[in-house]
Design a binder for this molecule. Structure first.
Ligand SMILES: *Cc1c(COP(=O)(O)O)cnc(C)c1O
Length: 373
């Protein structure tokens, strides 16, 4: 079988009885939408974060979009974020009518360069949207200081960083609100789509509950527009409840895979060689993906195909260079570090149930390919 960066089947084999029990519980419960499993998951996900509130939604993109709306962001407002992210971060902003404003990232950790943020602020700026990319927290202290000084909201994009920590604090607890995705590949993944917004602000949570439920505050009565139908499915909620109890194990498992890459590939590093990802001081990485760098990235990926290894690039095109975002007016050269990284990065297989033999097969193939490059 082809080796890929992600595969849920080994996990399903291990957890099958629990997952199928979750499905059966919901089907037999008599309530298929916004029932006990959604309520239970929301309470447990909020408690995991030590946060007051959690509203679950249908996916991570809508978690970001509805959270922006709940924060009062709309047409004409500017939201500062990065181009070096999954496109849904940016689509969530544009779908509210707001304008994404991109700042470049740091070469060392792929994360927002907090030193560039203040220069991007205009009178229209309403929020900062840091992305804890690949599973590592952004430096929050400088962002919080800037937000306080300029009266901006902070929405954390935690879609890749469930269970990651920053100086001991969980990501998702450091801004006004935080959006999560439970897309199957994520660190906490459902067996389908899912998302959630965590906050400690009751008013934001109340808005979230109305926004995901047609803009209604009671059945059939709309109190605000736009209203959406953006509910988390009851089956996915019950599966996520089961898996939430194992989230810390998943993060530990991903860290074990990362340590093995470091042990077995660490000697190849240096200028012009393979560069492994760095974890900043004070951070606990959750390794949503394990992203390495090499100037000959495309040749490496091509060569690995002959070993039946198919790797991913997260992400090959920075958002500001995509034709769909051309109207934002950035173009090539606008964000040099982001653009340079996009040409060199690729992801090695990463998931907690990746077995050592399969990981070694990738490591050995990669070592062979690098010697003949
Ligand atoms: C996955 C992801 C999203 C979108 O989540 P979906 O559940 O796929 O809609 C948003 N932001 C980032 C950084 C992501 O990785």
């Amino acid at each position: 079988m082809t080796t890929r960066v992600w595969n849920y089947l080994p996990e399903y084999e291990k957890e099958k009885a629990d997952i199928l029990d979750a499905v059966e519980k919901v089907f037999g419960s008599g309530q298929l939408v916004l029932g006990e499993s959604v309520k239970g998951f929301e309470a447990e996900f909020a408690a995991y974060h030590g946060a007051g509130y959690c509203t679950s939604v249908d996916n991570g993109t809508n978690a970001l979009k509805l959270a922006l709306e709940a924060l009062g962001i709309g047409p004409g407002d500017e939201v500062i974020t990065v181009s070096n992210t999954a496109a849904p971060t940016v689509l969530a902003i544009t779908s509210t009518g707001a304008v994404p404003v991109f700042v470049d990232v740091r070469e060392a950790d792929f994360l927002i360069d907090t030193a560039l943020v203040e220069a991007a602020i205009t009178p229209r700026t309403k929020a900062l949207l840091p992305v804890h990319l690949y599973g590592q927290s952004v430096d929050m202290a400088p962002l919080k200081a800037i937000a306080a000084k300029h009266g901006l909201k902070i929405l954390e994009d935690c879609a890749q960083a469930h269970g990651a920590r920053h100086h001991g604090e969980l990501v998702g607890t450091m801004g006004d609100a935080a959006a999560f995705s439970f897309y199957p590949t994520k660190v906490l993944g459902a067996y389908g789509d899912g998302g959630a917004v965590v906050t400690s602000d009751e008013a934001i949570d109340l808005s979230m509950r109305q926004l995901r439920y047609y803009g209604m505050d009671k059945v059939y009565y709309v109190v605000r527009t736009p209203g959406h139908n953006s509910r988390l499915d009851e089956v996915q909620a019950e599966i996520l409840r089961r898996k939430l109890g194992r989230l810390d194990e998943y993060v530990a498992g991903r860290n074990a895979v990362a340590r093995r890459y470091e042990e077995k590939l660490g000697d190849l590093t240096g200028p012009g060689a393979l560069r492994l990802p760095a974890t900043n001081e004070g951070n606990t990485h959750s390794y949503y993906v394990y992203v390495v760098r090499h100037p000959e990235r495309d040749r490496i990926i091509e060569a690995l195909k002959t070993y039946d290894i198919s790797l991913n690039i997260s992400y090959p095109w920075p958002c500001h260079t995509m034709s769909g975002f051309a109207y934002l007016g950035y173009g090539k050269g606008a964000l040099p570090v982001t653009e340079k990284l996009a040409g060199e990065i690729f992801s090695l297989p990463m998931y907690p149930s990746l077995d050592e033999a399969e990981q070694d097969r990738v490591i050995n193939a990669l070592r062979e390919v690098l010697t003949v490059l």
